[in-house]
Structures are given as structure tokens and as C-alpha cells.
Design a protein around this ligand. Structure first.
Ligand SMILES: [Zn+2]
Length: 44
């Protein structure tokens, strides 16, 4: 589970960072959301 850094929606993605992207707004910076651990993932 990820959260889009732009629109703030929850995004469900596989652990495939090559195509990580918000399906709602197309933004490519999503924040990983998992049991307290917060990590920012930037896709190329
Ligand atoms: Zn978004």
C-alpha cells in the first residue's frame, strides 16, 4: 500500500518499482505505507 504524495490517495501496487505510479493523477512519487515504517520511493 502506498500513498500518493500529490493527491494523497491510497494506491495498491505490486513491489515492482519500475512502474510505480499513481493511477489517479499519474504522479510518480508515492510514499510507502506499511505498519509504521515510512519510506519514500521515487520512480524514474
Ligand atoms: Zn495521485
Amino acid at each position: 500500500m502506498y500513498v500518493c504524495m500529490r493527491c494523497g490517495k491510497n494506491v495498491e501496487l505490486d513491489e515492482d518499482f519500475k512502474k510505480i505510479r499513481c493511477p489517479f493523477c499519474g504522479y510518480k512519487v508515492l510514499m510507502k505505507k506499511r505498519s509504521g515504517a515510512v519510506k519514500t520511493v521515487k520512480a524514474r
